[in-house]
Design a protein around this ligand. Structure first.
Ligand SMILES: NC(=O)c1ccc[n+]([C@@H]2O[C@H](COP(=O)([O-])OP(=O)(O)OC[C@H]3O[C@@H](n4cnc5c(N)ncnc54)[C@H](O)[C@@H]3O)[C@@H](O)[C@H]2O)c1
Length: 304
């Protein structure tokens, strides 16, 4: 039986780039897919139904099942329609891949309020709103006594995990998505739903905005069986496995998939600790104590 046989998936932002690759991969492994895409520019302007429709055409030409959805992921009612469409068309929702995204890169002194707000809205609210509606669908099924598995697969980025110049809006959003992933995994696990985040890397419209970037590759540009390190499909096998029942023991994790490497991100963890024996710290003495005992640096007047 195919890895995702009988599964119903929603993939957001699946009209271009990495999302289209995920949708094609999930369909290849037997899932029925709601292909969501607003069809915006890379900065989030405009709308175009051709983006989602092209992905649906590629899936159906290859014998898969897919329908288009043109809603804005960051619109509360739109996100609800998207989940409802999966249930109305295919009877349920098993897998939600939150992938839609935009960028408006520039150093913080040039970044406008609109650049900040729009990027946060698409990535953060555009991950929260579909997850919220999917969670309500799963909770109803669990309350009715159904035993099932569900999946949320979010999209983070190296910018959010380790930082990148010119992306204070995007990095904030992507770090937020990593934090959201950890908390939502705690809330949904008892329902049988796992929540993980994938950090991809590919030559898409998004990277195409950066100076010296490689030419944009769309998901169907690289022929089946050929290897290209910047193919938007590089992270899709990981997404397909996370979408499957085989990954039930994996939740709350952040995993980067860059070319041939799959990297488990260990995230924030406690480092060295300094305790003041139940006493309040003294700000005037604290610097020296931190320098000598925590950071182990040579502060002025260092005592040994
Ligand atoms: N390309 C990379 O190297 C890279 C690296 C790390 C993370 N990512 C993330 O991967 C995801 C996919 O990006 P991509 O590189 O494939 O870019 P892309 O521009 O090719 O695809 C993004 C898609 O999202 C859609 N979209 C944008 N706003 C939307 C909205 N409000 N509602 C519905 N659809 C919307 C766009 O129309 C587009 O089709 C993004 O979340 C991005 O941040 C990309």
């Amino acid at each position: 039986m195919a890895l995702l046989s009988g599964k119903v998936a929603v993939v957001t932002g699946a009209g271009h780039g990495i999302g289209r690759a995920h949708a094609l991969e999930l369909a290849k492994h037997g899932a029925s897919v709601v292909v969501n895409d607003l069809g915006t520019s890379v900065a989030g302007d405009g709308a175009d139904q051709n983006a989602a429709d092209l992905t649906v055409a590629l899936i159906t030409e290859r014998g898969g099942a897919a329908v288009s959805n043109y809603d804005d992921v960051s619109n509360y009612d739109g996100a609800h329609r998207m989940v409802a469409q999966a249930v109305e068309t295919y009877g349920k929702l098993d897998v939600l891949v939150n992938n839609a995204g935009i960028v408006r890169d520039t150093a913080i002194w040039n970044m406008t309020e609109a650049d900040f707000d729009s990027v946060l809205k698409v990535h953060v609210k555009g991950t929260w709103a579909p997850s919220h509606h999917a969670a309500r669908h799963w909770r109803e099924r669990a309350k009715a006594g159904e035993v099932f598995t569900g999946r949320v697969i979010n999209t983070t980025s190296g910018a959010g995990l380790v930082g990148n110049f010119g992306q204070t809006n995007y990095a904030t959003a992507k770090a937020g998505i990593a934090g959201f992933t950890q908390t939502l995994s705690l809330e949904l696990y008892k329902l049988g739903v796992t929540v993980n985040a994938v950090g991809p890397a590919a030559a898409t419209r998004i990277t195409g905005t950066m100076p010296g970037a490689p030419a944009v590759i769309e998901a169907d540009d690289v022929p089946e069986g050929e290897w290209n390190r910047m193919d938007p499909a590089v992270s899709s096998p990981l997404v397909a496995w996370l979408a499957s029942d085989e990954s039930q023991h994996v939740t709350g994790q952040v995993i980067r998939a860059v070319a041939e490497d799959i990297v488990w991100m260990e995230g924030w963890s406690e480092g060295a600790k300094l305790s003041n024996g139940g006493q309040r710290w003294d700000a005037e003495k604290l610097g020296m104590q931190l320098a000598t005992d925590l950071f182990k640096t040579r502060a002025p007047g260092l005592r040994y």
